[in-house]
Write a protein of this length. Structure first.
Length: 278
């Protein structure tokens, strides 16, 4: 069994929990995912199965879309309502949530939550938090393509953003900009790249057999396809000469319409096998 499975992750499960359950349902050990969702978040999770796991290092940074809810009045260690409360303060009502959101559209600087898997000095930030150790969290540049208010009363908004954006941090910073303390109260990932929530399956649907896998090629459209003969050289993993109009850092080679290998530019017109997928 090989391919991509689009999962609608439930709240209360880690992404690793999803992988473990799928291994039992599908009787397949080779299962991974393209990017985790926080345990209390729900929504789109891209799962790679079988030979599709081989393409994981070659996936492009994929834009995401979320629906999130901001809660005012407290600051937490994890920047969401499930973390340890560090400080509480009286709420100052936000008069114009749309204007506040507009301040965060475009390229912004963001400090990831302390409870996250970002590495600093070779260690993940949550390891520092777990041991009550202080650490300087570096700022990161992310891009917010769209952000719009869905319900001003409940402080619910939709955000389309670059890979690596932390919506928890966005909620924290929006609260601070409005003169409040705040954190994220809920999160649903509605889109990863071109894949949307309505294309996803629940784990119960997968267990019932009501699902369909996508070809691994669906996640490799950013890599150009190159024809090559004799194809047996590719199956043998040989370095090959390819006189392309312009050198490409990475190309896909297909057999019968399916990608069987990724080849990386070496020097001149020589390309070496970066990953076989047959």
């Amino acid at each position: 069994m090989d391919g991509i499975l689009l999962i609608n992750k439930e709240a209360g499960m880690t992404s690793h929990d999803v992988v473990n359950r799928l291994r039992k349902i599908l009787h397949e050990r080779r299962i991974g995912h393209s990017g985790p969702l926080d345990p209390q978040a729900r929504g789109v999770l891209l799962v790679l199965i079988g030979k599709a796991c081989k393409i994981l290092p070659f996936l492009a940074d994929t834009d995401k879309e979320y629906i999130a809810q901001l809660q005012l009045g407290k600051r937490t260690l994890s920047d969401d309502i499930w973390g340890e409360v560090l400080e509480e303060r009286e709420i100052r009502p936000i008069e114009d949530l749309s204007a506040l959101c507009a301040d965060f559209q475009g390229e912004i600087q963001q400090k990831p939550p302390l409870v996250s898997s970002i590495k600093v000095n070779g260690r993940k930030l949550y390891e520092y938090a777990r041991n009550n150790e202080s650490v300087e969290v570096p700022m990161r540049t992310v891009h917010v393509y769209e952000i719009e208010v869905l319900d001003a009363r409940s402080l619910t908004f939709r955000v389309a953003c670059s890979s690596g954006t932390y919506v928890r941090s966005l909620c924290r910073d929006m609260a601070e900009k409005s003169g409040n303390l705040g954190c994220m109260a809920s999160l649903m990932r509605t889109k990863v790249g071109r894949f949307t929530l309505d294309q996803c399956y629940t784990l119960d649907q997968v267990e019932a057999g009501a699902y369909q896998l996508l070809e691994a090629d669906a996640l490799l459209t950013h890599i150009p396809i190159v024809d090559y003969e004799p194809i047996k050289d590719i199956y043998n993993g040989k370095s090959v000469h390819m006189a392309l109009p312009q050198p490409q850092p990475l190309v896909r080679i297909q057999d019968d319409g399916r990608t069987i290998a990724l080849y990386a530019h070496s020097h001149g017109d020589v390309y070496r096998c970066a990953r076989g997928i047959w």
